[in-house]
Design a binder for this molecule. Structure first.
Ligand code: DX5
Ligand code: ZN
Length: 237
């Protein structure tokens, strides 16, 4: 008997530019790439699905030439479908959406893939994992929200840990039955002091907004916090 496979072997860090300096966004995304980020997490809010308003495809297109790492677009919008071709054209690599914001979840997932992007579903803290039941074969990523969407800088909701363990098991069962790999991402309140338990619960991709961009400065500060997150995630390595 080996240990339970709960611990994911890799850790991808996805700084959320929601907490970046929007007046210097090109510089900010270059700085996180240089500092070792794996993805740029791009939070899209529409003041309808969530009570906040952020950035759209034009901003995605503007930052695209500044980085080579994938842009991970988190759509907190309702309806969803009309924005997908626009973000694909703007250089998005991954597009995730909240299933209750789409009338036809399977169609939306297909639309994302038809436009050449990886596709994922986002589940809010109180959203059931039943949404995954009939679409596992179409998912490249599952994102579990560990705060209610709409704002950076909120506190991690601890019940996410049990949900991460349950979804990690579902992904393992799916892959054991010959299914494709699915990334398991967590978003909200990820910090140096809780990333270890988050990764142990099964996350392989962590969004961190205020933890990264709250670091003192772009030269060295981001690298220090990204390294600290990696070390804290896997302290024995
Ligand atoms: C919240 C966003 C998150 C947020 C994370 O709606 O989806 O990506 O920016 O920020 P922190 O890491 O500060 O909780
Ligand atoms: Zn997000």
């Amino acid at each position: 008997m080996t240990d339970s496979p709960a611990q994911a072997p890799v850790l991808r860090l996805a700084p959320s530019i929601l907490s970046a300096d929007f007046a210097r966004l090109g510089e900010e995304v270059r700085a996180i790439q240089t500092a070792g980020a794996d993805l740029v997490h791009f939070d899209v809010m529409d003041n309808h699905y969530v009570p906040n308003l952020t950035i759209g495809p034009l901003v995605c297109e503007a930052i695209r030439p500044h980085v080579t790492i994938p842009i991970d677009v988190h759509l907190m919008v309702e309806p969803v479908d009309a924005l997908i071709p626009l973000f694909a054209k703007a250089g998005a690599n991954i597009i995730t959406f909240h299933p209750e914001a789409s009338r036809h979840v399977d169609r939306t997932l297909q639309l994302i893939k038809e436009h050449g992007c990886k596709a994922g579903l986002v589940l809010n803290p109180a959203t059931t994992t039943d949404w995954l039941d009939h679409v596992m074969d179409k998912l490249d990523m599952i994102l579990l929200m560990s705060v209610n969407p709409g704002f950076g800088g909120q506190k991690f909701i601890p019940s996410t840990l049990g949900k991460l363990r349950a979804v990690r098991q579902r992904i393992a069962a799916h892959q054991a039955a010959g299914g494709q790999p699915i990334w398991l991402q967590v978003d909200g309140g990820v910090k140096v002091d809780n990333i270890h338990e988050i990764v142990r619960a099964g996350a392989d991709t962590c969004v961190a907004g205020s933890a990264v961009f709250g670091a003192p400065d772009a030269d060295g500060g981001y690298r220090t916090v990204i390294s600290a997150l990696r070390r804290a995630a896997h302290p024995t390595e």
